[in-house]
Design a protein around this ligand. Sequence first.
Ligand SMILES: [Zn+2]
Length: 213
Amino acid sequence: MITIPIETSARHIHLSARDVGILFGEGYQLTPIKKLSQPGQYACAELVEIQSKESWGLAPHLDFTFGKSCDHNQLRVLGPARDKTQVELSWSDFLSLGLSPQVALSGETTAPSEKIILIGPYGELPLTSGIIIAKRHIHCSLAKAKAYELADRQIVSVKVIDDGSEEKLLSRRVTFHEIVVRVSENFDWQLHLDVDEANAAGIRGLGIGEVIK
Ligand SMILES: [Zn+2]
């Protein structure tokens, strides 16, 4: 049996160096506060507010259902800076923002949206592309790819066999399909789900899955 740790990704944003400048001020340096499981990746102290253009100008609680207050319309900035800015949201987040859900692999181009504004402490940035629901994916090292005979871009399924609860109740037992294997020497062996998916499977903390080829 091939087992894999399952990690949940909360909504977040990767920023280009240019967009860091627009939102936080020219020459601004992001502040790393926590290492993430994938090597070289980290969470930053910085947050960016995301708003739907239709609610722009109104107090968020009046016409915006993304969160219960404007404090909830925040995206954690992840570093280091990338070539292109990318926002990763859940399906529920898309609906709350009035967007048509778009599932895509990280870095893939998607249909443009005209509705999103990012708000930083220094400036604002209308965002027309790079807003995705991350396609389910496995981060796979070269060693694991060899050991498990997995290829880059291979599609697999993962059955959740441990939901991370002490009792291992698996009261919401599911198998996820259409998972893309991404192989890189920079990756650690892990399945990434978003919050909607993890909640659907009743996953608390770190889950464990069985990879089905
Ligand atoms: Zn990932």
